[in-house]
Ligand binder design. Structure first.
Ligand code: B12
Ligand code: SF4
Ligand code: SF4
Length: 351
């Protein structure tokens, strides 16, 4: 098990034992299922050179505009071959669309092994792979599992800034940056500095992973090179992102499912971590006028981190006009310098 329900590792995702039972049972996806064909599709290009100032970072799984469509297309092509062999419809495809323990299935099917960063590592393509499945009523012989493990390596555990990886092949997902930046509620204050410059996702545990590094040159990714803006979005533009522009820009990407306010919140947190005074006028504007209290609260936190005289003045002005209790609490904490206890493994702030 990659995470433990009892420990609350997957609390944010509200997965319980009923979900786990169903995720382990392909007949819930297709009645009379006899086999699952597991597919790994490589992604991950080199980031563009010359990162501009006041930009954030997006994980490379979220750079492609159409990863679901591309994966779905490949799975449908393969499924139609199986249907033709069976002489009747005999398949159902899944890519983030059905409860399936995708990594465990892929490991069982011989696609690769699960590393200490809890991602599946393909011997050919490393861990930068998306997983998809074809559940079929056709009985197929299984490939043997890959006999590899991480051995004494623990580079991902050391590289993780939040302590989410325990080193025993399990993760406390509540501490993972990828989880934190997807939350629709506030990110716990003690965790905000650890988010660093990640606006969406996080690649740190995979960047250092030797099998993933070794596979870099040989990766056969169907996704093209990323545009600068996909990898390093402009934080000021993101801080003021309107819903219509959000839909236009991110509708077809992995970023496009939590709404524009979540991205504005993340932009504010990253600006607070970059400590660049050039962001103060825009953070002040967001604190005074963003329609979402969570974004105003994050802007207050960022201004408290920067703590220049204009930043502190913006906090004082907002304290006189703000009416939302949560935002007022953020303003009060930010005005006192956001003094937070050092992030302990537990207890976490309430989520
Ligand atoms: C929730 C989720 C997250 C959470 C939790 C991640 C985690 N490590 O658990 C968060 C938000 C943190 C996350 C982050 C990321 N994720 Co994610 N995530 C998922 C998602 C949607 C569900 C996973 C899950 O928790 N399932 C529920 C629990 C109950 O299942 P489980 O953990 O797999 O455990 C089960 C099995 O272990 C099973 N089991 C144990 N032994 C056996 C044996 C057999 C035979 C069977 C059948 C079952 C079985 O028992 C458990 C209960 O069913 C999957 C897609 C999916 N459907 O699997 C993607 C997925 C795991 N994520 C993916 C990716 C790409 C990422 C990120 C890299 C994205 C990023 N760059 O930010 C990061 C990586 C962070 C990290 N170090 O893991 C990919 C991983 C690809 C790979 N190479 O492994 C997946 C598979 C999506 C996909 N279709 O490609 N993710
Ligand atoms: S994705 Fe980032 S935060 Fe999550 S486990 Fe890996 S290094 Fe840690
Ligand atoms: S960095 Fe090392 S320990 Fe972590 S998953 Fe990769 S090989 Fe395993």
């Amino acid at each position: 098990m990659i995470g433990s329900f009892e420990r609350g590792d997957l609390e944010t995702w509200r997965y319980g034992s009923a979900y786990a039972a169903s995720a382990s049972d392909p007949s819930r996806v297709l009645r009379d299922a006899k086999a699952v064909v597991c597919v790994a599709v490589a992604y991950g290009a080199e980031p563009p050179p010359n990162r501009p100032p006041l930009t954030g970072r997006v994980s490379n799984y979220a750079w492609p505009q159409d990863y679901h469509a591309t994966l779905r297309g490949l799975l449908l092509e393969l499924a139609s071959t199986i249907d033709a062999y069976a002489g009747a419809p005999a398949t159902k495809i899944a890519c983030d669309t059905a409860p399936l323990a995708e990594r465990a299935r892929a490991a069982q099917a011989g696609v690769g092994w699960i590393g200490k960063h809890t991602n599946l590592i393909s011997p050919a393509a490393g861990s930068y792979v998306f997983l998809g499945e074809i559940v079929t009523t056709v009985p197929l012989a299984a490939d043997p599992p890959v006999k590899k493990s991480c051995g004494s390596c623990a580079r991902c555990v050391a590289a993780c800034p939040t302590g989410a990886l325990r080193g025993d092949y399990t993760i406390d997902a509540r501490r993972c940056i990828s989880d934190l930046v997807q939350r629709t509620g506030p990110i716990p204050r003690a965790m905000r500095p650890l988010v660093g410059d990640w606006v969406w996702g996080c690649d740190l545990c995979q960047i250092v992973c030797p099998p993933t590094q070794q596979a870099a040159g040989s990766r056969l990714s169907p996704f093209g090179a990323p545009a600068h803006e996909s990898a390093y979005p402009d934080l000021i533009a993101l801080l003021h992102l309107k819903s219509a522009e959000y839909r236009r820009r991110y509708r077809r990407s992995a970023i496009g499912w939590r709404g524009a306010a979540v991205l504005r919140r993340n932009a504010a947190i990253v600006l607070g971590n970059l400590l660049d005074r050039a962001a103060v006028p825009d953070l002040s504007r967001a604190l005074g006028s963003d329609p979402h209290p969570m974004v105003r609260g994050a802007a207050a936190w960022a201004l408290g981190r920067i703590a220049s005289p204009p930043a502190l003045e913006a906090l004082r002005a907002a304290a006189r006009t703000e009416s939302d209790a949560d935002v007022l609490s953020e303003i009060s904490s930010a005005s006192r310098g956001n003094v937070e206890p050092p992030p302990e493994r537990s207890p976490l702030e309430p989520m």
